[in-house]
Design a protein around this ligand. Structure first.
Ligand SMILES: C[S@@+](CC[C@H](N)C(=O)[O-])C[C@H]1O[C@@H](n2cnc3c(N)ncnc32)[C@H](O)[C@@H]1O
Length: 216
């Protein structure tokens, strides 16, 4: 018998594949910590918290920044109603290629979240109802943080939601404090935060909505 499961149980294949991707992720963390920003992919629990209480409907556009090995993408694939348009924007070439292979039927763009509005337009998509970010904002230079947040504000529809996360241990880190101020300046509402301890390291989900009109 030929095919992907010829060497054993399908779950064993999926497990080996997931492990290989996780190891690629770790190697990227070691070689480019400012791009990957985390030692290990996020947990499913963090993925669930990232999309909790967002009511999507057919025709809505969902953008994911930095899907990486796809922990949030898997949750989105299960939870998005039919007719929602998904676009993942991934900067790393190999991670992008693996995403295309692993999630057939979902759309991924190899590029940077700094260019979200143009990327959406190039795919014939309108503004997003939901932007979910897996980006390592706390490890990014402040000018890059600012460019991405401005772009997020531009690419999100008026009643749209922006979800991101920070690690609990980095809450007092000056770069995290700067990032939180920056986001607060661009969005009307901050809907509190939710702590997810079943993640390595434990994380806090931040949820924002309604971009300030002057940036629209
Ligand atoms: C901390 S990892 C998170 C991956 C995954 N979302 C998770 O939670 O496990 C950050 C991801 O963002 C990607 N990335 C970094 N900078 C980016 C940018 N400017 N635009 C798009 N993706 C970027 C990295 O290649 C990496 O896959």
């Amino acid at each position: 018998m030929s095919g992907p499961h010829q060497n054993g149980h399908p779950h064993a294949h999926a497990h080996r594949h997931g492990l290989r991707e996780a190891l690629h992720f770790v190697s990227r963390f070691i070689t480019r910590p400012g791009t990957v920003g985390s030692i290990w992919p996020s947990s499913r629990q963090l993925g669930e918290a990232m999309i909790q209480q967002v009511n999507l409907k057919p025709g809505d556009v969902v953008v994911e920044y930095g899907p990486g090995t796809g922990p949030f993408t898997s949750v989105l694939r299960e939870r998005m109603p039919a007719g929602v348009e998904y676009l993942g924007i991934e900067f790393d070439h190999e991670l992008h290629r693996n995403l295309v292979r692993r999630f057939p039927g979902m759309r991924f763009h190899h590029g940077s979240a700094e260019d979200t509005a143009d990327i959406l337009a190039s795919h014939g998509l309108g503004r997003a109802r939901l932007i979910v970010s897996g980006l390592p904002f706390a490890n990014m230079p402040e000018n890059l943080q600012a460019r991405i947040i401005q772009e997020t504000s531009k690419a999100l529809q008026c009643d749209g939601t922006f979800r991101t996360f920070t690690y609990l241990l980095s809450s007092l880190n000056p770069s995290t404090v700067h990032f939180r101020r920056l986001v607060a300046d661009h969005f009307h509402d901050h809907h509190g935060s939710r702590t997810v301890v079943r993640n390595f390291p434990p994380a806090r989900v931040l949820s924002y909505s309604k971009p300030v009109r002057k940036n629209n």
